[in-house]
Design a protein around this ligand. Structure first.
Ligand code: NAD
Ligand code: ZN
Length: 240
């Protein structure tokens, strides 16, 4: 399977990768489900913590949950899969991840499309335009937008919110015009992001799926490799 994938990739001119929480799992970043079932946060549902309704109901808890995730992120390192991908600036890396591990592995910012935003930035909840970079190791407490006094919040896409239009357009265009897509560590269950796999397939691209278990992406795969991203990705995606 690995050999077949390598063959496909060497015959492909335009390659995009599409990743999810599984890409960062070996770095020690909990996937969504893990994050919801651990210690302090076991009483909360991630769905409620990552929605406008949840934020309206209990902003203090939502900010505290993101700030906890930020401090976790500050303490981890990119893994071998991030490093292998980051070195390939000839590929576009579309990710659902809100961490900055691809960038910390050396990927140029312009080479990574964050479909679901980033935890490294706060923005005004009313979207007046005010944004601010945050220090992951010491994130700011709950506060108001200095421009319009609406609450500040992480610049991530919550359930029920639409994706950042430029990121979506760029991802959809790249997916619809690639020769191969490598799908890495995603349950492919969150839409519209997961729809990009179908967009690529529809356009005639070969689909290579790397995941710890079978998922909704399995049926779209030309090649499916069940395994850990940190072990498999560097074998497929060698530095250029
Ligand atoms: P998900 O948790 O639904 O799916 C992760 C998939 O990765 C699972 O199928 C799992 O089997 C697989 N996996 C786990 N460890 C793996 C490994 N080492 N190698 C390969 N595969 C592995 O995550 P998702 O599909 O990204 O969707 C959930 C949403 O949660 C996303 O929208 C994302 O924005 C958000 N999220 C992001 C982060 C992050 O930024 N690191 C973390 C948690 C959740
Ligand atoms: Zn504002």
């Amino acid at each position: 399977m690995i050999e077949r994938a390598v063959e496909i990739l060497s015959a492909s001119r335009r390659v995009v990768t599409f990743s999810g929480a599984g890409l960062s799992a070996e770095s020690g970043v909990p996937t969504f489900r893990d994050a919801g079932s651990r210690g302090l946060w076991s009483r909360y549902e991630p769905m409620k913590l990552a929605s406008p309704e949840g934020f309206a109901a209990d902003p203090e808890t939502v900010i505290a949950w993101y700030n906890w995730r930020r401090t976790v992120l500050a303490g981890v390192e990119p893994n071998a899969a991030h490093r292998a991908l980051a070195a390939r600036t000839d590929m576009l890396h579309i990710t659902q991840n809100v961490d900055d591990l691809l960038e910390r592995a050396g990927a140029p910012a312009d080479n990574v499309v964050h479909l679901h935003g980033s935890m490294t930035i706060d923005r005004c909840h009313r979207a007046c335009g005010f944004v601010e970079r945050v220090e992951l190791a010491s994130p700011p407490p709950r506060r108001l937008c200095p421009m319009c006094a609406a609450p500040m919040r992480p610049a991530v896409v919550w359930f029920g919110e639409s994706l950042p239009p430029e990121a979506w357009t760029r991802a959809a265009e790249a997916s619809g015009s690639c020769d191969a897509m490598i799908v890495i560590g995603t349950s492919a269950a969150v839409y519209p992001a997961a729809g990009l796999i179908g967009v690529a397939r529809q356009a005639g691209a070969s689909i290579i799926v790397i995941n710890a278990e079978r998922t909704d992406a399995s049926r779209l795969a030309d090649v499916e490799i069940i395994g850990l991203a940190g072990e498999i990705v560097p074998r497929l995606v060698s530095p250029r």
